[in-house]
Design a protein around this ligand. Structure first.
Ligand code: COA
Ligand code: MG
Length: 303
């Protein structure tokens, strides 16, 4: 498939909708939804007896028209299971943007898949994403992220999975995710230390959009790039809360312009309306503007 984002340095990952690969009706909808990415799930949302049928659905989906302007990720079963190997074969033939590995707990989980992809001559654009959703996964987040530094460097993002983590740790689900926050921040820090994107966990209560908005705000404030979603109703609020807001984009453009002025060439700090702006803020501003431009470009393509 054509990779829309191949030559684009930043990728919006505000909203990543999980779609059970067994649900044909839901699969039919994804081309019309305004999410940044779709996670086609062969793992937890597909019952063991219908995994084969789910793979067939995805085979058919990829043989239709190409997906334009969004990332397509396939979540596979663990490679230690027979389904995992079958799923990986499907990934190699469908060539999505990324394969999402469940319950990653150690660097070898990444290296094994990277080796299999390299052996199969998978295109370099086919990335690996890792679910961090077990106590060991959180504890080893930094060494797993370090696996990004393999020669073919396929690891691109972490996706936090709090449903599994709550189950394993017996931490109850409460608004504000109070006692999970330290672990969540550990995953964010590990991802950033090694240049990965990091996606916040799903919210199960898809009818409570107000609570969902609050959780998006929290995830954004914690540094996550976006959120894994389970229902189309969650797309708009996720795009809004994780997206660059207009005022921030305008400020970013002002920062870029201010440092581009001839009188700023030799300055590393400037005064912008009573606030100190450092040259280091320029790359941050450029990233934000690039993100806003990509989102606007995608919107224009659709209309
Ligand atoms: N992707 C695409 N479309 C979806 C969707 C999804 N994840 N979830 C719901 N829809 C569609 C439904 O097909 C339905 O369409 P229709 O009106 O044409 O029939 C519409 O949105 C409204 O759905 P609704 O009736 O509100 O919910 P539901 O009972 O059909 O589905 C869930 C609820 C939770 C079962 C479903 O949203 C789902 O399976 N989500 C993903 C779960 C998942 O991937 N889990 C693994 C990761 S944690
Ligand atoms: Mg899980």
């Amino acid at each position: 498939m054509t990779n829309f984002f191949e030559n684009i340095p930043v990728r919006p990952r505000r909203s990543l909708l999980s779609v059970p690969a067994i649900n044909v009706r839901a699969l039919e909808k994804i081309r019309d939804l305004d999410c940044d990415g779709v996670i086609l799930d062969l793992e937890d949302s597909v019952a063991p007896d219908v995994k084969g049928a789910a793979r067939e659905n995805l085979g058919r989906l990829f043989s239709d028209a190409p997906f334009v302007g969004r990332e397509i990720i396939i979540r596979i079963n663990p490679l230690s299971t027979p389904d995992g190997m079958e799923d990986l074969k499907l990934v190699l033939s469908c060539r999505p943007d990324a394969v999402l590995l469940p319950k990653v707990e150690q660097p070898a989980d990444i290296h094994d898949v990277a080796d299999l992809l390299a052996e199969a001559d998978a295109p370099q654009g086919l990335k690996i994403w890792a679910m961090i959703e077990t106590p060991l996964g959180v504890l080893n987040a930094a060494s797993i992220a370090d696996a990004a530094h393999t020669p073919d460097g396929r690891l691109a993002a972490f996706v936090l999975g709090l449903n599994d983590l709550r189950k394993e740790t017996r931490v109850p689900s409460v608004p504000g995710r109070t006692y999970l926050v330290p672990w969540m921040m550990q995953v964010v820090l590990a991802a950033r230390a090694y240049g990965l994107d990091v996606i916040d966990s799903v919210s199960n209560d898809f009818r409570d959009i107000a609570a969902f908005g609050t959780e998006c705000e929290q995830g954004h404030a914690m540094g996550f790039d976006g959120k894994m979603l389970i229902h189309p109703a969650q797309i708009e609020p996720a795009n809004r809360h994780f997206g660059p807001v207009e005022a921030a984009v305008a400020e970013a453009r002002a920062i870029i312009d201010a440092f581009a002025k001839p009188e700023s060439v030799e300055l590393n700090v400037i005064n912008m309306n009573g606030r100190m702006i450092e040259r280091l803020h320029v790359s941050q501003a450029e990233r934000l503007v690039a993100m806003a431009d990509i989102i606007a470009q995608r919107k224009a393509q659709k209309t």
